[in-house]
Design a protein around this ligand. Structure first.
Ligand SMILES: C[S@@+](CC[C@H](N)C(=O)[O-])C[C@H]1O[C@@H](n2cnc3c(N)ncnc32)[C@H](O)[C@@H]1O
Length: 300
């Protein structure tokens, strides 16, 4: 997956415009985990989106290591870590010495000092991986009883505006919009919420795999499905989110689109015409995504 590795990919914008994963999911992970709490590796960490949240919620772990193939993403993660740890008044100073980031592929765990860790997480990235090679290497590097956790989200809807759903899909997948600019097969695999990728029962036990479509999400997270990904944001924030997509980055770089109307801006103009209150870009919208997760415990 090369688009995220390009030097001009907007890693800064990515880190501020993407949704957080909910506390309920981290509590679920914490309750699920039955192994030791020494090292946790967050692969495909990007700018540390999940890594920083894992430090906050899985506080029993002593050490957190984020890895990613993309140097711009790791640079951004290091900048964010330096910003947090550099502020001596910040209560997050528990981060100091606890968190490190490395450029590495999802199958590369050679940086592990004692060759083992207790949890491996992969948020919003496993659709780019050779899934079987990843889960095999993860099982070799997890301690006995260690947890593998894979999750992600896709295809947002504006909760109050179901009449915009088809326009969102047209922006993402339309032939004359962003459709041709997604790297494949990753995007299609994610669109299917990784339902055709399974944790191997020969490597993992206590396997749980689940997914929910955006319009079927419960209004609050439940014990049945703890990964409700939803965010209230101004419409301007939603536009910024749309522009963090790798396909939008590729669309912008294609010389044939120079001078063409921006498809994300066009979508917002269209929905503003349908719903006049949205003419105010500060108007708050609730955005919800389809999501999935898979967890397993390394067999002894
Ligand atoms: C959509 S971002 C997700 C970032 C973050 N985990 C999150 O939750 O937002 C996907 C990340 O996966 C990384 N990636 C893609 N293929 C990879 C691979 N084979 N090994 C490691 N990282 C990879 C990309 O560089 C990118 O930063």
């Amino acid at each position: 997956m090369s688009q995220f590795s390009e030097a001009d990919f907007g890693a800064n914008g990515y880190s501020s415009a993407r949704p957080d994963y909910p506390e309920t999911f981290y509590k679920f992970l914490s309750n699920y985990h039955s192994g030791s709490n020494s090292q946790l590796v967050d692969v495909g960490c990007g700018p540390g989106t999940a890594t920083f949240q894992l430090v906050k919620w899985l506080f029993n772990f002593s050490r957190f290591i984020g890895t990613d193939l993309s140097p711009p993403m790791i640079n951004r993660a290091n900048e964010l870590a330096a910003r947090v740890t550099g502020n001596s008044n910040n209560q997050n100073n528990s981060l100091v010495g606890k968190i490190t980031f490395h450029v590495a592929a999802c199958t590369d765990f050679s940086f592990l000092e004692n060759k083992s860790c207790d949890m491996i997480t992969a948020a919003e990235c496993a659709h780019w991986f050779d899934f079987d090679a990843f889960q095999l290497e993860a099982s070799k590097n997890l301690s006995s009883g260690g947890t593998i956790a894979i999750w992600g989200y896709i295809d947002s809807v504006l909760e109050q505006y179901p009449d915009t759903d088809s326009l969102m899909l047209d922006l993402q997948y339309g032939e004359n919009k962003l459709g041709p600019y997604w790297e494949q097969p990753g995007r299609s695999i994610l669109r299917g919420l990784l339902q055709d990728r399974h944790l191997n029962p020969e490597l993992y036990e206590r396997i749980e795999e689940s997914h929910v479509m955006a319009r079927d999400q419960p209004s609050a997270a439940t014990n049945d499905f703890p990964l409700l990904i939803t965010k209230e944001m101004p419409l301007s924030g939603y536009l910024a989110y749309l522009k963090t997509c790798s396909a939008y980055h590729a669309w912008q770089k294609d010389p044939k689109n120079q001078g063409s109307p921006d498809p994300c801006d066009e979508l917002i103009t269209t929905i503003q015409a349908m719903h006049p209150e949205l003419k105010d870009l500060n108007y708050k919208v609730r955005v919800t995504w389809s999501s999935f997760y898979k967890v397993g415990t390394r067999r002894a």
